[in-house]
Structures are given as structure tokens and as C-alpha cells.
Design a protein around this ligand. Sequence first.
Ligand SMILES: CC(C)(COP(=O)(O)OP(=O)(O)OC[C@H]1O[C@@H](n2cnc3c(N)ncnc32)[C@H](O)[C@@H]1OP(=O)(O)O)[C@@H](O)C(=O)NCCC(=O)NCCS
Length: 206
Amino acid sequence: MESRRMPMRRPLDRRVGLGGAAYRLREARREDAADVVALFRAVLEEGRYFITEPGEYRGRAGEEARVILRYAGRDDGLYLVARREADGGLAGVCTVRAGHLRRTRHVGRLEVFVARQDRGRGLGRALLEAAVDWAEANPGMRKLSLAVFEDNARAVALYRSLGFEVEGRRVGEYQEADGRLRDDLIMARSVERRPRGEAAWGEGGG
Ligand SMILES: CC(C)(COP(=O)(O)OP(=O)(O)OC[C@H]1O[C@@H](n2cnc3c(N)ncnc32)[C@H](O)[C@@H]1OP(=O)(O)O)[C@@H](O)C(=O)NCCC(=O)NCCS
């Protein structure tokens, strides 16, 4: 177990040009924490995409910085951010966290969100592709899994296009303030093994 916690690889870092805008995708650093908390809160305030309501969110930069440091350079998790090259602003976040137990540590739980102004240009896809590349080059990862509201059409379509399939539906798992029940989908894909050192493992720079 301890060996999986040793820093073992070059950090993922790549530049992508999307619809006239350029972004830098790289692994998060401690100083990204406050922006991550602010962006996640802004997404929660849209009220549709995550189960936590804004008033329930207790995110703090200090705590998030500890999470970021926990995953930096490790094999059992990935914490990616995308920043706009134009103004340096945080445009997106994607995390993968492996289970902590021997029977669960081959599965990476994935989360992703993109700032409203940056959506629809392919940034979500670029973040997820980077996460899949990381997983494929990681000998410990055999499966990526996520949960998504069934009515989040954009996210579901994007996950499907990246090879995720619906493994199950939790009917009425969430209740809105007006009493309406919502389903979520469990989606997952297996991870094809790729030799370490190939492609995105430590690719890029800058
Ligand atoms: C889901 C999210 C991460 C996707 O990121 P994005 O940068 O907007 O997505 P992309 O531009 O990379 O790709 C979106 C894809 O969905 C498609 N799409 C957009 N709206 C759609 C819709 N209503 N129905 C179906 N497909 C749709 C796009 O055509 C695109 O597909 P393409 O690459 O084949 O053209 C982003 O929209 C987001 O942060 N949403 C709010 C938070 C969220 O829902 N997070 C996921 C929770 S599980």
C-alpha cells in the first residue's frame, strides 16, 4: 500500500486550444485551492448538477489544499485543473480518487466541472481524456466510475462518448425542495492497460 503513495511520475501538464481559447491543463497545486472552492460553489449555485446544495457546502481553501497535496504526483488519485491562458482564471477541475481498501483501490471515482463561461468548447472532454490517459498509464487502475443525475444530458452524452456505460440507475435517489424525485446513473468504463511512459504520462510541459 505504502508504495502506491510514493511520488512515481512526472506531473500531467498540457496546453489545449479550444474554440479560439487556450487552456493549460495541469495537476493542481496548493495555491489553486481557493479558486477550486469558489468555482465549485458557483457550480453548486446553479442548483442542478451536484447533490450538495450551496448552503450545505463547507468547502474551505485550507482543507482543499490538503486534498490537493494528498494526490500530488501519486498513483491513487489525480487532481487536475484547467486555467485560461488569457486571464489565468480557473476554468475547470477533474479529480479521480481510488478506493482506500484492497478490494476497491483499482476503481477511480471521477468528478468533473467546468466554469459556465467555458462550457461547450471541449474543455470537459479534454479534462476527462487526460484523466483516462492517466488511468490507462497507471498499473493500479482497472476501472473508472462516476455518478451523474440522469437529466444532466450534456454530461451523460460526454461520458458515453468517452466509453462510459450505464451500470445502474438509482431511482428516486434524490429529492428536490419541491418534492420532485430525481434518478441518478452509475456510469463506468474499464481501463485498458497502456505501457507506462507512453503518451500522456508526464507528456507536455510549459
Ligand atoms: C458536464 C461538463 C463537465 C462538460 O464540460 P463541457 O466543457 O461543457 O463539455 P464539452 O464541450 O467538452 O463536451 C460536451 C459534449 O456534450 C454535447 N452536448 C452539449 N449539450 C448537450 C445536450 N443538451 N445533450 C446532449 N449532448 C450535449 C456537446 O455537443 C459535446 O459533445 P461533442 O464533444 O461530441 O461535441 C460541464 O458542462 C459542466 O461542468 N457542467 C456542470 C457541472 C456538471 O454537470 N458536472 C458533471 C457532474 S456528474
